[in-house]
Design a protein around this ligand. Sequence first.
Ligand code: MG
Length: 382
Amino acid sequence: MNLEAHLAPYAAFSSASPGRRFPESTPSSRTEFQRDRDRIIHSTAFRRLEYKTQVFVNHEGDLFRTRLTHSIEVAQIARSIARNLRLNEDLVEAISLAHDLGHTPFGHAGQDALNACMKDYGGFEHNLQSLRVVDELEERYGAFDGLNLTFETREGILKHCSLKNAKKLGDVGRRFIDKKQPTLEAQLANLADEIAYNNHDIDDGLRSGLLTTTQLDDIDFYARHRKEVEASFPGISGRRAIHETIRRMINALVIDLIDTSRARIQDAEVKTVDDVRNSTALIAFSDDMNTEAALLKRFLRDNLYLHYQVNRMTSKARRIVRELFEAFMQEPRLLPPDYQVMQGNEQERLQWQARKVADYIAGMTDRYAMREHRRLFQVDEI
Ligand code: MG
């Protein structure tokens, strides 16, 4: 049975995939991309997403987004757009669910701190780490390290990457050197991520009390939809009004992305994935929507991500990551045996040790990192 018969000719077909790094027999009851998605869902790194956060730290409240719920929201948005454009929903879902697997604890604060610690050791970048998780770090199969995913899923996970790193990565790095596009599914997962976090950060920001609806009324995109809600439901309660407003905003972004992308695909006259790779980016918002989204992003940065109460947590998070890194580098014997690097000349050993420490810290959930920090720095904690 051809499970991909309904796709547009420019979609990614798993039957045409360059395949996996370690060849495996074709699955009988699902496509290669479905198999990728299933492997991601069963991975340890995926379960860890439940206790990793983006803006709010896990213990701050039970209702805030975690990286797990964020990834599920990205997959939902990406799939519904994919179906409209007749793109491969399974691939877009696999990429969406895996896109944040390499994130450190404590969101961007954790990533920036770890990157600074790794300055002399090749740096740390969460996209690259997500790829490292699925290529190397997951230990589930007898025949290979990692999840042995298809080229297309790995390519989609590697959203961006420096030229220097691209040269080391082989096939998935190639497009950054050749300046080519990834599949439409990868382009789509990337923008679905933006739709998801911009909107849920507004929701979480309001829920936390760090943002107010009065502040948000300065953003025309929000104010317009909120007025529409109030006109349809006079006297609607605060929480419901927020949800009704946000769902309209998500819908407007989704519809704009579908319409703009459909027109661009038609104009570019792409017939195959190869045409897509040689074209400009085809999954895109309209110019007007890009302007609205940029205003929204700037608002969130100034009013939420840089809010002093958020800064207090991110400052603590940076300190925890930095102090863990320094302690492990000074005394590798504090690490579980698998993460200790004892062989090689001193320079090589240090490089490799730093990478293993980064893997260890990046794999931690927020609460595990806090606990590990207490265990190392407080004598009465075991
Ligand atoms: Mg994301």
